[in-house]
Ligand binder design. Structure first.
Ligand code: FMN
Length: 384
C-alpha cells in the first residue's frame, strides 16, 4: 500500500486512520491556537525559486558534511518523544532507517527504549536530552550518554515549562497516559495498531517505561512518577549549558534557538551546532517560524557554528529553501513518525526516498549540482 503514498503528507492521512485518536492527536497537535504550527508551513511559501536553466546537472549530489561526517542527504530525523507507543520499537525503527539511508537521526530523551539499545542498533544516532530540573543529576546523565557511545548530544532548551497543549486534553491524551474506556475503544477499532504495536510491545517488552533523560529512569508510562521529574526546569540557564560543555567532549548541539541573541549565547557556551526550531509549534504559540529568523542567525553565527533548522519541513523544496538561507541540515519530526507508525522501517525508508527524490529533482530544475550550489541566489523573498 506504500505505493499509494506519494508525498510525506500522505503519511499523515494514513496515520490518522491507523492510530488511536489520542496518539494521532499527540503527534499532530501543537499549542493553543496553532499559530506557530501554521506559520511554519506558511514561511516556506514566502520564498520562490530563481532557477538557472540549461546547466549540465546530469551529475547531482545532495551530500552534506557535518561534524566531520558526510551524510547522504541534507535532512534528518528530529527527536520525537514516546515514539514506541505509536510505532513498534519506534526509536530503533527511526534510527535504523536513518542509518541505512546515511542520514542523521536524533533519538529523543523522552523515549521508552534505553539509549544503549538504540545506540547499539544504530551507532551514528545523536542523543537529545531534556535537562533534569534537579541539576545534581545532570552529570550522571551526561556520563551515561558518553558511556553508551553517543558522539553528538542535542540539548533541547525551549521547555522551561510545558506548553498549553489543549489539543491533548480534547483528544484524550495525557501524561501519564490514563487508561479509559474511550482509549480502549479507540484501540479496539484500530486492530493493526492494537496488535502490531501495543500488544506486540506488551508481550515482548512489557509495559513501556521512561528509560532516559525525561523522567526518573524506569518510571512506568502509566504512573505518576512518569511526570514527577518533568517539572522544575524553569531555573535552568546558559550557565548549565557551560557546565555540560566542560563535561561533554563530543559534539554539543543546542536545539530550540530562535533569536540571534541566543544563537550567540549558544556559541559562547561552546555549542558546536544549533538547531533553529520552535519545536514544531508545540511550545510558545506565536513564536517565530524558524525559516523567518534563519537568515539573521546564519549571518550572526554561521561562520562559527553549524546552523541547522526544523519545524514545518514537508517537501524537498522546503529542504532546499532552508539550505539556500544557510541551514546546513534540516530535520523533520511528524512526517517520519507517521511513516514509522504506518509502515515501520519500510515506511520510514519510503519517506526518506520520497524526500530524497524531491530534493534531487528540484536541484536539477533549479540548476544546482551540489549542496554547495544551493545558495541565496536560488531563492527570492516575496516578503518585502
Ligand atoms: N523535540 C525534542 O527535542 N524532544 C522530544 O522529545 C520531542 N518530542 C516530540 C514529540 C512529537 C510527537 C513531536 C511532533 C515533536 C517532538 N519534538 C521533540 C519536536 C521535534 O523534535 C521537532 O522540533 C519538530 O517536530 C519539528 O517540526 P515538524 O514536526 O513540523 O517537522
Amino acid at each position: 500500500r506504500l505505493q499509494n503514498i506519494l508525498s510525506l503528507d500522505d503519511f499523515e492521512t494514513a496515520a490518522r486512520k491507523h492510530l488511536p485518536r489520542p496518539l494521532f492527536g499527540y503527534i499532530a497537535g501543537a499549542a493553543e491556537d496553532n499559530i506557530s504550527l501554521k506559520a511554519n508551513r506558511q514561511s516556506f511559501q514566502d520564498y520562490s525559486f530563481s532557477t538557472r536553466v540549461m546547466v549540465d546537472v546530469a551529475k547531482r549530489n545532495q551530500q552534506t558534511t557535518i561534524f566531520g561526517e558526510t551524510y547522504a542527504s541534507p535532512f534528518g530525523v528530529a527527536p520525537v518523544g514516546i515514539s514506541a507507543i505509536s510505532a513498534y520499537r519506534g526509536d530503533i525503527v527511526l534510527a535504523q532507517a536513518a542509518a541505512s539511508a546515511g542520514i542523521p537521526a536524533i533519538m529523543s530523551g523522552t523515549s521508552l527504549i534505553k539509549m544503549e539499545d538504540v545506540h547499539q542498533a544504530a551507532p551514528g544516532t545523536w542523543f537529545q536530552a531534556y535537562l533534569p530540573g534537579d541539576t545534581s543529576r545532570i552529570a550522571g546523565l551526561i556520563d551515561r550518554v558518553e558511556a553508551a557511545g553517543f558522539k553528538t548530544l542535542v540539548l533541547t532548551v525551549d521547555i522551561p515549562v510545558w506548553a498549553n497543549r489543549e489539543n491533548n486534553v480534547r483528544t484524550g491524551f495525557s501524561m501519564p497516559l490514563r487508561p479509559s474506556l474511550r482509549l480502549a475503544w479507540d484501540g479496539m477499532i484500530r486492530p493493526r495498531w492494537l496488535v502490531g504495536t501495543f500488544m506486540r510491545t506488551l508481550l515482548s517488552h512489557g509495559m513501556p517505561h521512561f528509560e532516559n533523560s525525561f523522567a526518573t529512569r524506569g518510571a512506568p508510562m502509566l504512573s505518576n512518577s512518569a511526570i514527577r521529574d518533568t517539572t522544575g526546569r524553569d531555573h535552568l540557564t546558559w550557565q548549565h549549558v557551560q557546565e555540560i560543555r566542560r563535561r561533554w567532549s563530543g559534539n554539543l548541539v543546542i536545539k530550540g534557538v530562535l533569536s540571534e541573541h541566543d544563537a550567540l549565547r549558544a556559541v559562547e557556551a561552546g555549542a558546536d551546532g544549533i538547531i533553529v526550531s520552535n519545536h514544531g509549534g508545540r511550545q510558545l504559540d506565536g513564536a517565530a517560524a524558524p525559516l523567518e529568523v534563519l537568515p539573521g542567525i546564519v549571518d550572526k553565527v554561521g561562520h562559527q557554528t553549524v546552523v541547522m533548522m526544523d519545524s514545518g519541513v514537508r517537501r524537498g523544496a522546503d529542504v532546499i529553501k532552508a539550505m539556500a538561507l544557510g541551514a546546513r541540515m534540516v530535520f523533520l519530526g511528524r512526517p517520519f513518525m507517521y511513516a514509522a507508525a504506518v509502515g515501520g522501517q519500510v515506511g520510514v525508508d519510503h519517506a526518506i526516498t520520497l524526500l530524497r527524490d524531491e530534493v534531487d529533482r528540484n536541484m536539477a530544475m533549479l540548476g544546482a549540482r551540489s549542496s554547495q550550489e544551493i545558495t541565496a541566489d536560488c531563492i527570492l523573498s516575496k516578503v518585502r
